[in-house]
Every structure is written in structure tokens, then in C-alpha cells.
Design a protein around this ligand. Structure first.
Ligand code: UDP
Ligand code: MG
Length: 331
């Protein structure tokens, strides 16, 4: 272990930067300018793996233009929009660096932080993740729901998620390989990163607003993302129904005993429409909710057993210096 750490002190690792792009035509020039400046300053070899996640604007053209100008830029074109988690998975699999940095294309993750992350890596950390110091740019509603999500997630799952850490992080090759080995289709990346563990540390930063373009996240998408995360890492929502059922049964038994006794003592008492209705509706509701929860899990089991790939690559582009050909990538 010590040796491993000592090795890193002087090492000039190959750095892979992986960035997902979905309709980011407005920020691409700035993105490359800033990221390349930071990478050049490290003195290491580097590559940038750009994943075009089925953009419908001129993102791909612009990525290709950048790749033609620089042989260290590789472009993965997915066959359609698969979502950020799938795009990141694709990028990780295509990256070859000794360290891999995941970064958003919209410059909300400041590229200047990469050198700090690299320093921490040299100190011996395998994972260095960015933590948002402030969420000033986010709306109140987003901040409240985000805080609620982290709280619920950390209560329900044995895999603690660091609050306010996104996907912006540097990982050692060993960690990347372990993440790639995880076979699940539901790629809740933050959770997977937390699950694999390794020596991790945080670097704090202020998250600026988007440079340009629009966030692809609606509240409905975020809600489904949160459900994916919770159901991938906790079976608590399933198991809780055993206890709800036991509690309701116990109450029902007590009430039934009371009714039997009362009937024996005071005789039959027919009116009871209201209480019957209340009990019926209550139990009906509880049963439907628990069925719904089972459905959430069953649907996800269904998706997992189909074993469809997480993403499909249409083409991989990389232009050797001085040439401008493309080559077809693996599907
Ligand atoms: N992104 C993607 N596929 C999608 C949505 C987003 O690859 O379907 C990329 C997007 O181009 C950006 C990153 O994921 O680089 C973060 O997206 P966004 O800025 O929309 O999310 P936010 O910063 O609002 O969380
Ligand atoms: Mg963003």
C-alpha cells in the first residue's frame, strides 16, 4: 500500500476526462478551452472522452470538429439519448486513463478543480469527489427536495451517500474497473460509486450556474431518478409492509376481540355502516400502496432480467494527428 502511494507521488498518470453531452452546442468551445488548459498545465498525458448522448442540435458536429483538431479527443456517439447515467457508463468503458475524471459538459463542474483532485490522488486517495459548498444557483424547491432525498437515502440504505456530491470526481483506474464490473442495468452512478468504497475524500467547490443551454432535468425525471436510487440500494420499502401488516393485524385482532365480547355481553348491535366503510377503505388503500411498491421493484427486476445493454454506441470517432478518418465502434 505504501509503495502504491509512493509510486503516485512522482507519477505522471494518463488522465482521462469523461464528459457526457446532450444538446450542449452552446458550451462546447468554452468547455474544451477550459479543460484543455487545465490538462496541459498538469504536464501529464491526457485524453478527453466525449459521449454524445443522442443530441439533436449541432453538438456532434462540434465535437467532431474539436476531435479533428486534437487527436487526444475521442467522441462516442450513442445511438440515441440514453440519459446521463448511461452516457457516463459508456464514457467510463471507453476511457483508458490511470485516473478518470467525470465532469459535466456545461461547466457547472469547474475544470480548475481537476488539479486539486490530482493532488489528493497523489496523496494516496483513490476517489476524490467534488462537494457543492453552496447551492445558491438552485431554486429553493430543488434544494429542499435534494436535502430530503439525501436524508431518506441515508436512512434507508446501508450505503451512505455524501450529501451534495454529484458525479464530478476523479477515480483511480482500480476503482473505475470495479465500477465497470457492476452488472446492473439501473445505473444510479452516485450510489454505485459510494458502494464500491475505496479511500475517498472530498474537495469543496461553489457550483456556478449553467454557462449556456438548459438543464435536462425536470422534477418528474428527478423523482424517477430518486426512485431508481432508492430501489437499487434498499429493500426497506418492500420490507416495511411486513411490519405495517403485523401492526394492522394486531389492531384488527384487538378490535375483533372487543366486538365479540361486546356482542356476548350486550347482544347484537346492527348499525355499523360507517366503521365498516372506514376499515374497508383503509385496508384497501394500504393494500394498493403495498402492491404499488411491489410493482416498483418487480418492474426493475423485469428490466434487469432482460439484460439489455445499458447503451448502444453508434460510432466511435478519433482522428489521428494529420488525418481525418473515422472508424466504426463496437455496437
Ligand atoms: N446529459 C446527458 N444526457 C441527458 C441529460 C444530460 O448526457 O439525457 C449531460 C449534460 O449534457 C451535462 C450533464 O449530463 O453534461 C448534466 O446535465 P444537466 O446540466 O442537464 O444536469 P444538472 O446540472 O441540471 O444536474
Ligand atoms: Mg448542469
Amino acid at each position: 500500500m505504501q509503495d502504491h502511494i509512493m509510486d503516485r507521488r512522482n507519477a505522471q498518470p494518463l488522465i482521462s476526462v469523461v464528459a457526457p453531452f446532450y444538446n450542449e452546442e452552446l458550451v462546447i468551445d468554452q468547455f474544451f478551452r477550459q479543460v484543455i488548459a487545465v490538462l496541459e498545465a498538469t504536464g501529464s498525458e491526457w485524453e478527453i472522452v466525449c459521449v454524445d448522448d443522442g443530441s439533436r442540435d449541432r453538438t456532434l458536429d462540434q465535437l467532431l470538429a474539436a476531435a479533428r483538431a486534437n487527436p487526444a479527443i475521442k467522441v462516442l456517439q450513442l445511438s440515441r439519448n440514453f440519459g446521463k447515467e448511461a452516457a457516463l457508463t459508456a464514457g467510463l468503458e471507453a476511457s483508458g486513463g490511470d485516473v478518470v475524471v467525470l465532469i459535466d459538459a456545461d461547466l457547472q463542474d469547474p475544470p480548475t478543480l481537476i488539479s486539486q483532485m490530482l493532488e489528493k490522488w497523489r496523496e494516496g486517495f483513490d476517489v476524490v469527489y467534488g462537494v457543492r459548498q453552496s447551492r445558491d444557483q438552485d431554486s429553493l424547491a430543488k434544494r429542499v427536495t435534494a436535502r430530503g432525498f439525501y436524508r431518506v437515502f441515508n436512512q434507508l440504505t446501508p450505503t451512505p451517500l455524501p450529501a451534495n456530491a454529484g458525479d464530478f470526481r476523479l477515480m483511480d483506474r482500480r476503482v473505475v474497473d470495479r465500477v465497470r464490473q457492476l452488472p446492473e442495468r439501473t445505473r444510479f452512478m452516485k450510489g454505485l460509486f459510494a458502494w464500491v468504497g475505496f479511500r475517498s475524500t472530498a474537495v469543496a467547490y461553489d457550483r456556478p450556474g449553467r454557462q449556456a443551454g438548459q438543464s435536462g432535468w425536470s422534477y418528474w425525471k428527478l423523482w424517477n431518478f430518486a426512485l431508481d436510487g432508492l430501489t437499487s440500494f434498499s429493500t426497506m420499502p418492500l420490507r416495511v409492509w411486513t411490519y405495517v401488516g403485523l401492526t394492522v393485524s394486531l389492531l384488527a385482532f384487538l378490535y375483533a376481540s372487543f366486538l365479540v365480547l361486546r356482542t356476548l355481553v350486550a347482544g347484537v348491535d346492527l348499525p355499523g355502516y360507517a366503521s365498516l366503510m372506514v376499515v374497508m377503505l383503509f385496508l384497501g388503500g394500504i393494500q394498493l400502496i403495498s402492491l404499488g411498491v411491489i410493482g416498483e421493484y418487480l418492474g426493475r427486476v423485469f428490466i434487469e432480467v432482460k439484460q439489455r445493454p445499458v447503451y448502444l454506441v453508434d460510432r466511435v470517432y478519433q482522428f489521428p494527428a494529420g488525418q481525418s478518418e473515422s472508424r466504426d465502434g463496437p455496437a
